[in-house]
Design a protein. Structure first.
Length: 173
């Protein structure tokens, strides 16, 4: 089963209401927001798979989810993940872990990949979130509370304002 179909089946099996959008393929949050103008960047749930070094012999993959208008604060994330260091998972690792999803298309349901999921607390300021489904040309919008109920993530603060000043103030949480 394709990743998008697997995600939709999971949502449907759990009686979750969602909206599905088909659009031109996107890789970045900014490109996605341009395709979904009724949603702000702060509503975009950006999923990042990281490769953590827990000890000299133990590594573990985890998922971080943050608003698309923010960037990762590595120092805070390292402390929250309780690891010595971490790096973004390689393209090959992302594809292997997710069953074929390319970076830029990974959805925030890390539990479907057997990954621990950490969500930045600022994403909770949105009643509704939107994200890619495992396909860079399909997005789903759903309630944040339903997302939390299904994923049961650890919610912490590990994101900060973006580098760029070209994001409108109404998009920054």
């Amino acid at each position: 089963m394709k990743p998008t179909e697997k995600l939709k089946k999971f949502l449907n099996d759990n009686d979750i209401s969602y909206k599905e959008f088909h659009h031109a393929p996107v890789r970045t949050s900014k490109e996605a927001q341009a395709q979904r103008p009724d949603y702000t960047l702060s509503q975009g749930a950006k999923a990042i798979i990281v490769d953590t070094k827990i000890s000299s012999t133990e590594r573990k993959f985890m998922m971080l989810v943050l608003p698309a208008n923010k960037r990762l604060n590595s120092k805070k994330a390292r402390k929250i993940l309780n690891c010595k260091s971490f790096s973004f998972a390689s393209v090959d690792d992302v594809i292997r872990i997710t069953g074929g999803i390319l970076p830029g298309g990974v959805h925030p349901f890390g539990n479907l990949f057997d990954l621990p999921v950490y969500v930045d607390s600022s994403l909770a300021l949105n009643a509704e979130i939107i994200f890619n489904t495992g396909d860079r040309s399909v997005s789903i919008a759903m309630s944040f509370s339903d997302f939390v109920e299904l994923v049961i993530p650890t919610i912490e603060s590990f994101a900060e304002k973006p580098y760029s000043s070209n994001i409108r103030n109404d998009q920054i949480v």
